[in-house]
Design a protein around this ligand. Sequence first.
Ligand code: PRP
Ligand code: URA
Length: 179
Amino acid sequence: MSQKILLNSKEVNIILHRLACQLIENHNDFSNTALIGLQPRGKYLAQRLAKILKDDYNINNLNYGDLDITFFRDDFRRGDKPLEANKTNIDFIVEDKNVVFVDDVLYTGRSIRAALTAIQSFGRPKHIELLTLIDRRFSRHLPIQPDYRGRQVDAINKEKVIVNWKENEGEDTVYLINK
Ligand SMILES: O=P(O)(O)OC[C@H]1O[C@H](OP(=O)(O)OP(=O)(O)O)[C@H](O)[C@@H]1O
Ligand SMILES: O=c1cc[nH]c(=O)[nH]1
């Protein structure tokens, strides 16, 4: 297996601040916005963005949630081993909110398709956007594109993008590995 670094921690930090600013441009004071991290890996990115918005831009009243999509996946019954679900934590009204889904990698788009179904249990958002740190180009199975992207990456099918976060893996780094 070979691996190469696509983004180091300094580059991740710059991108996170840029994404936070792009969110502010479109969502102003976030009063009618909800930032929703997709479990499990999108949560780290969403929490980091929420922290930047709070600490650097005084956005204190952000509606923040985590959404688990396990039971809404189209491959839910296909795997050999049982899937492990994570927690959904949405303690605000989603009805009529401007929702921003946050995930670390966008590849086929199937996770986001599942998230679009999962969120319906919480109401009818006014509008849903997608923010992703890594957008793997030319690999979509569905007509789903990000509204905010950190970095676009070209990778072939046998390669995988791995996003590590300092809260979980000790450092912010994005790798491309050749399986
Ligand atoms: O666009 P897609 O093809 O759906 O791929 C994107 C998803 O892939 C990764 O999760 P993965 O399914 O590898 O597993 P994990 O969520 O358990 O980390 C990543 O965190 C995204 O959620
Ligand atoms: O490269 C990829 C593809 C899907 N999910 C990931 O986390 N990385």
